[in-house]
Each structure stands twice: as structure tokens, then as C-alpha cells.
Design a protein around this ligand. Structure first.
Ligand code: AMP
Length: 286
């Protein structure tokens, strides 16, 4: 497994693969890997001959006062896990490689796609994500890139950017991987106190409750959102940031889930903000 530190090295790796007729898949991550990340690696491996995983905690996607400094990191462990998965290369640049002095460019996707949900709660977050992913695409020149539905809005933003800028990268979205009790895996779960961790599966219970209501014929957003809030309220430590029902592509709110719609939620437990979602429609994923 090759460890790539500089953008030129990543580009060289991608180009050598493609000159041999091999497709290259990129899996962008912020490290501190868990089964969710590894499921994306396996999906990438099933779709391309070569897999590059990037590991970089991107300061540009954290708002001031967020957890950028204390975000969990363990590169050694990440490399061991990726080696075991048979990953071909890991691109792990340092911050001055990504943002050298004088860096002044931002990629901004506009409209409801970035203005609502996580975009409203985390100003500048999606511009930070889009700028970083654009740089990763320019460095690694992947044929395809794999993202998780866990961050459904992020995946939609990247799809929009890729299409709008005619970037020759196929965007693939993998399903959400969960702990046995339903909590969506996240690097941030380590922040939870034991008591918060016990209550955190309320998010999945809320999604399940709404899915059951929807399957029973309830399509009205007001009723579905009320049921979700009620289920979350069963966890006394939970503080809702948002619970929304939106169109899967535009992220505009819908007042009925008649076509596939995304039920998305963000909930604080103490200072830790967890997100989760499900698609209400013929299948539960994007
Ligand atoms: P992160 O390291 O949190 O920035 O996540 C890197 C990628 O892994 C993103 O595309 C996430 O959506 C994806 N991801 C994070 N958690 C999960 C999960 N539980 N299941 C599937 N994919 C995930």
C-alpha cells in the first residue's frame, strides 16, 4: 500500500493506473475509520481495479468553535485497517500541502442544497467540503468516488458540483452502516458519554417509526415529522437541531412524501451533534 503525501504523488499514482487501463476509485475520509468507511472501501473495490483512500481532517469544513482540533485521529490504526482491506494507496496530505500560503479559492454550491439542514446549522461547511473534494478530484483524477448516505446532503452537494463543473467522476453512494443497536457509525460517537451513548439509538427509532407510518399509508410531512420528534423526545438528553422531510435531489422541503423523500435529522447529545437519515420510498437508500 502506497502512502502519498503530495498532490503530485496522488496524480502520478492515478495516471500510472489509468495508463495500464485500470479504473481508479477514491474514498474521501477524515480518518478515525470505522466499518462505515470500510464498507465504502469494499464498494469501491467492487467497482474499480484500484482504490485510493484519502485521510485528511479538513479544517475548512469546520465552523469556528466546532470540533476541528479535538476531532479524533489515529493514522497508524487507519493505515493498518486500510492495508488489511487491500487498499492500493492512501493520500494523506498535511494542511500546508492542501492550503499553502496564499490559498484563496472556494467552491460554493448555492441554493437549498447547501442553505438548509446541515448547511443552515454549519455555515460554510459545504463550501469547505466542496473545495476539498474538488481538490481531491483534481489531485487523484479518480474515475469514480464513493461517499456514504450517512452524509446524504454532502453526497447531493458533491453530485451537483460534479455535474455543474463537468468533472469526469462518477459519484457512488453507499448505504449507512450501523452499530447493533441501530446507532449510525460515526467517528464522533467516541465523544458520547455512556449515558448519551445509551440514548443515541433514539435517532434510529425515530427513523423506523416514520418508515412504519409511511408504509402504513401516512404521507403528510407534518404527521411524519411529529412522530419523529416524539420518538427523539424519548431520549431525555437529546436536543433536536433539525428534523426535516425534503426532496432527495433538491433538498427543498416537501409537504408530503408521495415521491421518494429524505427524512433527515440532526440531534445534539451534549456538545456532540449526530446526524442520520432514511429515504421514504420504494427503497430506504439514495
Ligand atoms: P467522514 O470521515 O466522517 O468525513 O466520512 C467519510 C465518508 O464515510 C463519507 O462519505 C461519509 O458519508 C461516510 N460514512 C461515515 N459514516 C458512515 C456510516 N455509518 N456508514 C456509511 N458511510 C459512512
Amino acid at each position: 500500500m502506497q502512502i502519498l503525501r503530495r498532490a503530485e504523488e496522488a496524480r502520478g499514482f492515478g495516471r500510472r493506473c489509468r495508463s495500464r487501463g485500470e479504473r481508479v476509485a477514491l474514498v474521501p475520509t477524515m480518518g478515525f475509520l470505522h466499518e462505515g468507511h470500510l464498507s465504502l472501501v469494499r464498494l469501491a473495490k467492487s467497482k474499480a481495479e484500484r482504490v485510493v483512500v484519502s485521510v485528511f481532517v479538513n479544517p475548512a469544513q469546520f465552523a469556528p468553535g466546532e470540533d476541528c482540533e479535538r476531532y479524533p485521529r489515529d493514522l497508524e490504526r487507519d493505515l493498518a485497517l486500510l492495508e488489511r482491506e487491500g487498499v492500493d494507496a492512501v493520500f494523506t496530505p498535511d494542511a500546508t500541502e492542501v492550503y499553502p500560503p496564499g490559498f484563496a479559492t472556494r467552491v460554493t454550491v448555492e441554493g437549498a442544497l447547501t442553505g438548509r439542514l446541515c448547511g443552515a446549522s454549519r455555515p460554510g461547511h459545504f463550501a469547505g467540503v466542496a473545495t476539498m473534494v474538488a481538490k481531491l478530484f483534481a489531485s487523484c483524477e479518480p474515475d469514480l468516488a464513493v461517499f456514504g448516505q450517512k452524509d446524504a446532503q454532502q453526497a447531493a452537494v458533491i453530485r451537483r458540483m460534479t455535474e455543474d463543473l463537468n468533472l469526469p467522476v462518477e459519484v457512488v453512494v453507499g448505504p449507512i452502516v450501523r452499530e447493533a443497536d441501530g446507532l449510525a457509525m460515526s467517528s464522533r460517537n467516541v465523544y458520547l458519554t455512556p449515558e448519551e451513548r445509551l440514548q443515541a439509538p433514539a435517532l434510529k427509532r425515530a427513523l423506523d417509526r416514520v418508515t412504519a407510518l409511511h408504509q402504513g399509508g401516512e404521507v403528510r410531512a407534518a404527521a411524519l415529522l411529529e412522530a419523529a420528534r416524539e420518538a427523539i423526545a424519548s431520549a431525555p438528553l437529546a436536543r433536536v437541531d433539525y428534523v426535516e422531510l425534503v426532496d432527495c435531489q433538491s433538498f427543498e422541503p416537501v409537504d408530503a412524501a408521495r415521491r421518494p423523500a429524505l427524512l433527515a435529522l440532526a440531534v445534539y447529545f451534549g456538545r456532540t451533534r449526530l446526524i442520520d437519515n432514511t429515504v421514504l420510498g420504494p427503497s430506504d437508500h439514495l
